[in-house]
Design a protein around this ligand. Structure first.
Ligand code: SAH
Ligand code: SF4
Length: 360
């Protein structure tokens, strides 16, 4: 049928499609399935930004690209800031409806990691988080998550490298946008495209219990990070309002289930806030809470935000907290606040641009 008229189906953003879906679309439009591969490669591996520019495609595919009405969403960059140490670059990308989202590219000795957003804003309302402070705007579509990965890879292509790791720690709660996130992760882990190994992809959640259980049930091959911040219900609720919906006891039970079913370690995130959740006593309670779970605790000193009066823990308090965990047999790392001079905390660049406040 390839010489005849195109039978185009309803078109959209090509980045929303999985490889199988792309094949189905091409076949439904009268092309052979083999055309999916060069198109997929151009978009997901080579980072093509314009379908019309793919002159090396076979003629039927070129024609489809020109006529079928599918578009390749390449979000314009509204801001591009580099940290003074040169290791972190933060992009504000503009979606088609004008919403801006953050994508961060971190590079340590050739091992590049992208930190992507899964929603514009966030409904979970963690009090110390700039994204939580702006409230929920909307979910991102799979293609909008994929576009961030492609953007990061295009930056790296300039220096002949590629993304190795992906973390879902930008704006939004990934498990509140479960289906779109899973679709996006299938796409970026496809070996014919961006090819990011599933075990190098980390989903970070504030503790959406049904989502954690579903990840285990579906045996999703990604790493899991759970943001804890409090070791008893009261302490946690004061920082993480979502704990009212999914109480700490249920969350820990879900984590226990996940780590035993998946036989995987869980990374627990802990934002250290002076005088709020950084005492040695709290660290002891964290250790008791996590006993029996294969866990690693990442301690992150608070990045100050305009909407929260708390401050980062003193270095000594962070070390004491870490030592208490280590003595209880729980591995733990203090994460440095890299790129603080570009407001590397979640949602902070967008919040700053909105407030037109210059930091540093
Ligand atoms: N919603 C998910 C993923 C995005 S937030 C989650 O909460 O896990 C990614 C991480 O950034 C979370 O661990 C969160 O606690 C942390 N974070 C948010 N604001 C922060 C701030 N101001 N300082 C330090 N860490 C922050
Ligand atoms: Fe949402 Fe995560 Fe920020 Fe909490 S920390 S408000 S869950 S983005």
């Amino acid at each position: 049928m390839e010489a005849g008229a195109l039978k185009t189906q309803s078109a959209g953003n090509l980045l929303d499609l999985s490889f199988d879906e792309l094949e189905r679309v091409l076949v439904a439009d009268g092309l052979r399935a083999v055309h999916a591969k060069p198109l997929w490669r151009a978009v997901h591996r080579e980072g093509a930004t314009d379908l019309a520019g793919c002159a090396h495609f076979p003629p039927p595919l070129q024609r489809w690209c020109a006529e079928a009405g599918w578009r390749l969403e390449v979000p314009p960059v509204s801001a591009d800031t580099a940290s003074s140490d040169g290791l972190t670059r933060k992009f504000l990308l503009k979606m088609e409806d004008g919403q801006t989202i953050e994508t961060v590219l971190m590079g340590y000795t050739g091992r590049h990691t992208a930190c992507v957003s899964t929603q514009a804003g966030c409904a979970m309302g963690c009090v110390f988080c700039a994204t939580g402070q702006m409230g929920f705007v909307r979910h991102l579509r799979p293609g909008e998550i994929v576009a961030q990965v492609l953007h990061a890879n295009r930056q790296l292509a300039e220096s002949g490298t590629r993304l190795r790791n992906l973390v879902l720690m930008g704006m939004g709660e990934p498990l509140h946008n479960y289906d779109a996130v899973m679709d996006a992760l299938e796409i970026v882990s496809d070996t014919r495209g961006a090819n990011i190994g599933p075990s190098r992809i980390t989903i970070s959640t504030v503790g959406v219990v049904p989502g954690i259980l579903r990840l285990a049930e579906e045996r999703r091959p990604y790493s899991l990070a759970v943001s804890l911040h409090g070791a008893d219900e009261q302490e946690r609720r004061a920082l993480v309002p979502a704990s009212q919906r999914w109480p700490l006891a249920d969350l820990i039970e879900a984590c226990r289930h996940y780590s035993s079913v998946m036989e995987e370690k869980i990374f627990f995130g802990w934002t250290l806030i002076a005088g709020r959740n950084d005492s040695v006593e709290t660290a002891r309670r964290v250790a008791r809470l996590l006993s029996g779970i294969r866990a690693h605790v990442n301690l992150i000193p608070l990045n100050p935000t305009d909407g929260f009066a708390g401050t980062a823990s003193a270095e000594n308090a962070a070390y004491d907290f870490q030592r208490t965990l280590l003595e209880a047999g729980i591995p733990s790392t203090i994460r440095q606040r890299r790129g603080i001079d570009v407001a590397a905390g979640c949602g902070q660049l967008r919040a700053e641009r909105r407030a037109k406040v210059a930091r540093n």
